[in-house]
Design a protein around this ligand. Sequence first.
Ligand SMILES: NC(=O)c1ccc[n+]([C@@H]2O[C@H](COP(=O)([O-])OP(=O)(O)OC[C@H]3O[C@@H](n4cnc5c(N)ncnc54)[C@H](O)[C@@H]3O)[C@@H](O)[C@H]2O)c1
Ligand SMILES: O=C(O)C[C@H](O)C(=O)O
Length: 325
Amino acid sequence: MKKPVKVAITGAAGQIAYSLIFRVASGSMLGPDQPVILQLLDIPDALEKLKGTVMEVDDCAFPLVTETIASADPMEAFDGTDYALLVGARPRGPGMERKDLLEANAKIFSVQGKALSEKASRDVKVLVVGNPANTNALIAQSNAKKLDPRQFTAMVRLDHNRALSQLAAKTGSKTTDISKMIIWGNHSATQYPDITHTLVGEKAAVNLVDQEWVEKDFIPTVQQRGAAIIKARGLSSAASAASAAVDHMHDWALGTNGKWVSMGIPSDGSYGIKPGVVYGYPVTCANGKYEIVQGLSINEFSRSRMDATEQELREERAAIEELLK
Ligand SMILES: NC(=O)c1ccc[n+]([C@@H]2O[C@H](COP(=O)([O-])OP(=O)(O)OC[C@H]3O[C@@H](n4cnc5c(N)ncnc54)[C@H](O)[C@@H]3O)[C@@H](O)[C@H]2O)c1
Ligand SMILES: O=C(O)C[C@H](O)C(=O)O
């Protein structure tokens, strides 16, 4: 049996966590042979509710869960953490844009970045789910002076999975037939779901659908999917968000075998996106590390979409600049 690893989940009393904790505990994220210690963090007011979730974790008698800790103190919850899933933040309600969340949620991530820097494993892998995820990841990363910036990532995997599902439906294929999907940029309405390199089986996706569908249907549907779910459910997406978080960490930790996935990562100048933002890129993962897929040709349409979503991230950054020091 492997040595247990510590998995911290914040917002542990919330609705995404109510799905995520049980997927992690069952082995979906790190594999069926990897025991886990769950470190669950929420605010003091939510601890009573979190107690109920912990009771349910106990009642599942998961073979892989060796210990469950519930806490309202990030310094306690991140002690020795190997994998941190930062979910805890206020979600968007009907009619709100992600920008509206910036101020409310930004401070959470400066506190948690500092705590991770002090207490987590030196190899911790951090995924930020709480919105606005890219800029929150930037805040956490900037406040974690003792960790490598590359240890901080943001979730655009839900957008990636949504894009797979839309294209599969349109082309009458299965999501598993589709490869080389890309989400560039921000997890927001400016994101650019790019199918110019995508294959459906052996065929180029651009030859199976027309550009009008891409521009008028596919891209807006993926960009607006979060809002559509909020409208339909009265609550933001939860089970699908948890599933995407599991996919993101699974692939980062265990590798993608050459498959492309999309991750929000610190920009390094690749594809003309200057350093200083956390930007969605196509990556492959191996040996616990991700690498940006390099050398892709970028047409004029893609360039303008990629620049627009970068611009939004720069504006978000400007709004919270003082939290980056
Ligand atoms: N990146 C994505 O693709 C994606 C998808 C869906 C939702 N989200 C975002 O995920 C976040 C959580 O969504 P939810 O539906 O689970 O919300 P929720 O309101 O059900 O749960 C949020 C939880 O976070 C807790 N919390 C607040 N401040 C905290 C802090 N400082 N430390 C620890 N916990 C704290 C709250 O008490 C609550 O229990 C929201 O910001 C939402 O917009 C992101
Ligand atoms: O859109 C939202 O605010 C929720 C979430 O980020 C989503 O994409 O479902």
